[in-house]
Design a protein around this ligand. Structure first.
Ligand code: 8IG
Length: 276
């Protein structure tokens, strides 16, 4: 499907109906009727899928209703159905649409709504992020405890009032800490991107209570909560945020930190998912 004929771009279409159609596509293409847990893999987390269990089927995201092609190297455009050792059905989403791509929030949260429509009750959102808190150095995984949404946008339409208390489930964070007691928590600030922040914006993020900065996840978490899912958020710190380190940020640096940390955090994520 070309991006030009994405059904989500029709303002009269119902995004939840398209998510149900996508879930039906996934069931048909994977042969797996329902999933228990969904996992979105961000920068640095890609290898985790191989450790979570046995891949039953891999589907190009472009064959599933409403999905668009990934914009970035390091973001694989596939959906995978995995069977974990304990028998859980895991849907791995390697096809994130970012807000900065400019296709609107419906496309950004479509994978989350689709995951909910496949039956998943837990949404694990992972990303690569910059560290504002100086102790959050590259290579460290950090549990997301809460977020500050600086996009000034919402995936909810109309007068849809959704409670975001305990958005990043305390219960799931505690499960993650049973696997790695050294995991720290932080508040994730979603900026629009795709530019990185200025040092002044990073200082602001710290002052208003942010520990890490990124360009995804917050809008997805809101949609996941609306869909009734329990959410676990994990960031891999791939760089110190602008001005916290004195050298400029580069996408290469981010990719390299992701590659270096990948084996460790992938193993962590696989063990956390099995414990959920
Ligand atoms: I990876 O420093 C990664 N993603 N906004 N700032 C923002 N997003 C990021 C950063 C960062 N690093």
């Amino acid at each position: 499907m070309s991006t030009a004929d994405n059904p989500l771009d029709d303002p009269n279409a119902d995004p939840f109906e398209i998510a149900r159609a996508a879930a039906a596509d996934i069931a048909r293409l994977t042969g797996v009727e329902r999933h228990d847990i969904a996992l979105t893999l961000g920068s640095g987390w890609g290898k985790a899928a191989d450790l979570v269990g046995e891949t039953v089927a891999t589907v190009p995201a472009t064959e599933v209703s409403g999905f668009s092609k990934p914009a970035l190297e390091g973001h694989v455009g596939t959906l995978r159905s995995i069977l974990s050792p304990s028998g859980k059905r895991i849907l791995v989403i390697g096809a994130r649409t970012h807000y900065y791509e400019g296709h609107g929030v419906r496309r950004v949260v479509h994978s989350v709504r689709t995951a909910a429509a496949t039956g998943a009750s837990v949404m694990v959102l992972t990303n690569g992020a910059g560290g504002v808190n100086p102790s959050y150095t590259p290579g460290r995984p950090v549990l997301i405890s809460d977020h500050i949404n600086l996009t000034a946008d919402s995936p909810l339409e109309g007068a849809t009032f959704v409670d975001l208390t305990d958005l990043y489930s305390r219960r799931l964070r505690e499960v993650a800490r049973t696997i790695d007691p050294t995991l720290h928590e932080g508040v994730y600030c979603q900026f629009r991107g795709p530019h990185y922040e200025t040092p002044a914006e990073v200082r602001m993020a710290g002052i208003i209570g942010g520990d890490i900065v990124g360009m995804s996840t917050a809008l997805e978490a809101i949609a996941a909560r609306q869909a009734g899912m329990e959410i676990l958020g994990l960031s891999l710190i791939t760089n110190l945020a602008a001005g916290i380190q004195d050298t400029p940020l580069s996408h290469e640096e981010v990719l390299e930190a992701g590659r270096a940390a990948e084996p460790v955090i992938s193993d962590l994520l696989a063990r956390v998912v099995e414990a959920l």
